[in-house]
Ligand binder design. Structure first.
Ligand code: UT7
Length: 317
């Protein structure tokens, strides 16, 4: 029987502080409006980390929830792989801080830097390591505090991001029922590094939104086709699209491209804004928690972000 990486549990963590578009505009004296932000991005509000909330603390909480859903003890985890662009420290890695917060004392842990595509990258690495026997049970986490790297005078970026974390427990299992990660597809093209980047290591974030938008619609469309073709599956086979949550217009375009009705596309951007590497696992956790995504469903994940980096993963949940 083939060794597969199966998602055993999912979890999310959002900080308590919720800030609406109006509140954000008033707080920073921005020349913007709720109507503009809703119309151009689909965002109505976002969560921001409070004092003491960090990538590690939120990531650990999301991981606890994923472990609880999986019914797995932290002691069984032998790999922690964290995607983040906003780590607690240059080192130790956020993964190691999370290990400590969870009481994991064995195996290994490290961070992955691929901006908004980080969770797809982390999932791909974990899948390879599980299938080659380097670990048996991995926590794959996306966690971000972009509120700490934004320029509050730049209305073109500061209204678009939020904080949060999402996690999955991935377990190596011999399965004949087709469940597990079917394939992952990673891309990067450094020629476009300038259109979305963080200055130095502490920010602020800079983005040429319109240019990133154009790359997003074409590159995401290509990578989801690549994932389906690699598995010889037609578009109609997809039960759920769980896309990166940057802009409702990009998400809707991807849904149309796949011929999926809106009910089969998981959307959180309206309430979370763009949480970068946390956005895909947060959306996945929400749709699993509320019973939309069920065992055996074919789920397509995709994301694009700074690098440019982009990628997709196809899995049978
Ligand atoms: O997570 C990584 C991937 N990121 C993305 O995929 C983001 C991709 N880009 C986008 O989502 C969109 O490009 C944005 C939401 C960032 C912007 O939407 P847009 O429709 O591309 O607007 P734009 O940048 O072309 O700006 C249109 C106008 C400009 O004014 P002029 O030049 O037409 O007079 C901007 O100055 O809107 C203005 N503008 C704003 N107005 C009110 C930009 N930001 C704001 C704002 N409030 N917050």
């Amino acid at each position: 029987m083939p060794l597969r990486s199966v998602i055993a549990g999912c979890g999310g963590c959002l900080p308590a502080q919720v800030v609406t578009n109006e509140e954000l505009a008033a707080r920073h004296g921005l020349d913007t409006s709720d109507a503009w932000i809703r119309e151009r991005s689909g965002i109505t509000r976002r969560h921001f980390a409070g004092p003491g909330e960090t990538a590690a603390s939120m990531g650990a909480e999301a991981a606890r929830r994923a472990l609880a859903q999986a019914g797995i003890e932290a002691g069984e985890v032998d790999a922690v792989i964290v995607a983040t662009a906003t780590p607690d420290s240059a080192f130790p890695a956020t993964a190691v801080h999370i290990q400590r917060l969870l009481g994991v004392t064995r195996g290994f842990g490290f961070d992955v830097s691929a901006a908004c595509t980080g969770f797809i990258y982390a999932l791909a690495i974990a899948d390879s390591m599980l299938r080659t026997g380097q670990a048996r049970c991995a926590l794959v986490i996306g966690t971000e505090v972009y509120s700490r790297i934004l320029d509050w005078t730049d209305r073109g970026t500061c209204v678009l991001f939020g904080d949060g974390a999402g996690a999955v427990v991935l377990r190596a299992e011999e399965r004949a029922d087709g469940r597990g990660i079917l394939s992952t597809h990673l891309h990067a093209d450094g020629r476009h590094a300038d259109i979305l980047h963080v200055e130095g290591t502490t920010g602020p974030l800079r983005m040429a939104g319109r240019e990133v938008f154009k790359h997003a619609v074409t590159k995401l469309a290509a990578v989801v086709e690549e994932a389906l073709a690699a598995n010889g599956l037609p578009r109609e086979a997809v039960d759920w699209l769980v896309p990166h949550q940057a802009n409702i217009r990009i998400i809707e375009a991807m849904g149309r491209k796949l011929g999926l009705p809106p009910e089969q596309v998981v959307v959180t951007v309206d309430r979370h804004a763009n949480t970068s590497a946390a956005s895909v696992p947060l959306a996945l956790a929400e749709a699993v928690e509320d019973g939309r995504i069920r065992k055996g469903d074919l789920v397509l994940l995709e994301a694009i972000g700074g690098g440019l980096t982009w990628g997709a993963a196809l899995l049978r949940f």
